[in-house]
Design a protein around this ligand. Sequence first.
Ligand code: FE2
Length: 386
Amino acid sequence: MNSFFEFALRPRILYKPGLVREMSNEISGLNVQRAFIVADAGVERAGLLDTVRAGLGSSVELCGVYSDVPANSSVAAVEHGAALAREAGADLIIAVGGGSPIDTAKAIRILLTEGGNLLDYQGYNLLTRPLTPMIAIPTTAGTGSEVTAWAVIRDEANDLKIAFSSPFLGPDMAILDPELTLSLPPRLTAATGMDALTHAIESFVGLNANPITDTLGLQAIDMISNNLRAATHTGNDIEARGQMLIASCIAGIAFSGGGGSLGVVHALAHTIGGLYQVHHGTANAILLPYGMRFNMDTVPNRFSRIARAMGVNAGGRAEDEVIEDGIAAVEALLIDCNLPLRLRDVGVPRDNFEGMAETALGDPAIYTNPRTVTVLDALALLDLAW
Ligand SMILES: [Fe+2]
């Protein structure tokens, strides 16, 4: 472990089934008047915006709604949303949805507060002051974006995912209400849950891990391995949904609170998402077992602890057997949740692996992977996962 570490957490986190319907008291404390909602079409179709509108009560005036954020949000979507919010005179942004609307809302605040060109703020710590206040209400249990200091947006001109990271990007409040996740279909429940598991595992083995993020990562792995099947197959199981929502939030804190720590799985998933718009959680799910095998000999003690958190009985057994069982437990979770197992199953062609490997090596997530990744390594991982 590095001798120096940091841990920071920005938002207040509030959890309760049904909380969104009674959130107006909490909003009053933010001292704002005009709320602007950022969401996606699925959230609107599921009727979740009605719940949010009702929950605002008389605490603020709803001044506008941008409800068609695309699945892999883009610079154009951020610019469009920012123009609408500015015109409406918004002084509070409420994001409702999965990672795409929440990240879009975060980036909209950059333009509302700083103006100018969004691309000028990509990278680390380029923001210098607080942004427009924001509340995040996740409707998936996966990205953890409601608590992270990151936003990932697609640069459609270059087919790239670009990352923004600053403590000021974190929302002011995260409202976790599992009732809003009940209508999420099985495939998206499973895929987003695997994104959360990937956050927990990659941050736990990553170079920025510290004793605080370790505790969070192992707790999230335990909760996900015990609840993702039920949340996927019994969508109205409020207990499993609640556990997944909390676990996803904890995993988000684990990878973001320690200063940013993901790995080769996310670097490749960002590349695949940028090029072929493969769902982020699905790409992570396919790549995760291969990423684990790639890293396991570098930090074996870490992988045996992951195996135990996945429910593997380690008593008196050789470490390499325990580690292998831990990875097999992740693969079993993928299979039980009916997720695709190969990149070829989600429309990734095989003709551009060199370009993809090069792009992945430029992704910020690669720098905290515990084992150095070469172009040949990235190529081999893509081949294995294809
Ligand atoms: Fe992720």
